[in-house]
Design a protein around this ligand. Structure first.
Ligand SMILES: Nc1ncnc2c1ncn2[C@@H]1O[C@H](COP(=O)(O)OP(=O)(O)OP(=O)(O)O)[C@@H](O)[C@H]1O
Length: 288
């Protein structure tokens, strides 16, 4: 399947026009009147429309706080976040409105177990009621087919493998035509073999739906393999310590992992990540 996808990408190019995120001098302090925990410290970052931006940093440094601010799950203390030039949150509006244009993909357990995969995928648009039921089912079937989920439409999530369930989660998010997908360590608990299949599967879906991806991980190899951009955060409070454009062309497959450039990038970044992890350990941050 991968080769067919690669061919499609080569001929189509990258047509994403929406979903550019600008994080402008953002500060996030929890409980400002009390414990005053600073999680994000004057963080500035530009993510292009359709870019896969990988965020790496020590445990507890503030990565999820940034993701939650983009999603509109909590406010920011100062600074601003823009999407396609429009302010999501900032002066006078500390919290972004959550919306279908920015979706957090919960990779485990967010599907309704009593609904079939097709019903899960169709659920959001059915609730919105903008399309007819027939149109929604057609779209859901077509997107599921594109993601290699044909034949699983009438299964319940509990009846398919965890890998397929994770695809269903992503397709369900994509049904809402989001501009940005937000992932928080989705593959953390998986063994490396399953994880490698997940990576190709995610890219496979991404190549057909060029949304912007904001992806938090602890795994540097994962970050370099998937990302157009790699942002290494400082220990808490986080801000970018190093931003690297990963100059390995997309579409990528697993042969990239053994390429000299991949190894070079890994060496170039490992010491930076390690240095921050040591600082974090020394300051007593715990694994979250
Ligand atoms: N609601 C909250 N109230 C107070 N402090 C919080 C709250 N949420 C998070 N924090 C603190 O803010 C800091 C950053 O947390 P955050 O979850 O953003 O880090 P992270 O980089 O995503 O961590 P991990 O990699 O372990 O998931 C941590 O010290 C955490 O304890």
């Amino acid at each position: 399947m991968m080769s067919a996808v690669l061919e499609k990408v080569r001929t189509q190019g990258n047509e994403a026009r929406y979903g550019a995120i600008r994080i402008d001098d953002v500060v996030k302090i929890y409980d400002p009147e009390g414990a005053a925990v600073m999680a994000v410290d004057h963080c500035t970052l530009d993510i292009k429309a359709g870019e896969i931006c990988m965020i790496v940093g020590p445990s507890g440094c503030g990565k999820t706080s940034l993701l939650n601010a983009i999603a509109g799950f909590h406010d920011i203390t100062s600074g601003a976040i823009y999407m396609d030039g429009e302010m999501l949150c900032g002066p006078g509006k500390p919290k972004a409105d959550p919306g279908a244009d920015r979706i957090v993909v919960f990779q485990n357990g967010a599907l309704f177990p009593w609904k079939t995969n097709l019903e899960n995928v169709a659920f959001g648009p059915m609730m919105q009621g903008k399309l007819s039921k027939k149109e929604i089912i057609e779209k859901a079937r077509s997107m599921m087919a594109d993601a290699g989920l044909s034949g699983t439409e009438h299964n319940y999530p509990g009846e398919v493998s965890s890998g397929l369930r994770r695809r269903v989660e992503i397709v369900r998010a994509l049904m809402n035509d989001p501009k940005v997908l937000l992932f928080d360590e989705p593959y953390r608990a998986l063994d490396s073999l399953t994880r490698s299949v997940m990576h190709e599967s995610l890219l496979d879906i991404y190549y057909k739906n060029k949304v912007t991806i904001f992806f938090i991980t602890h795994d540097l190899e994962e970050a370099i393999f998937l990302g157009h951009k790699l942002v290494i955060m400082t220990t808490r409070p986080c801000r970018p310590k190093k931003v690297l454009e990963v100059d390995i062309p997309h579409p990528r497959d697993y042969s990239v992992l053994t390429s000299p450039r991949f190894r070079e990038l890994l060496e170039e970044t490992a010491s930076v990540v390690h240095e921050e992890a040591r600082k974090s350990f020394a300051s007593g941050e715990k694994e979250g």
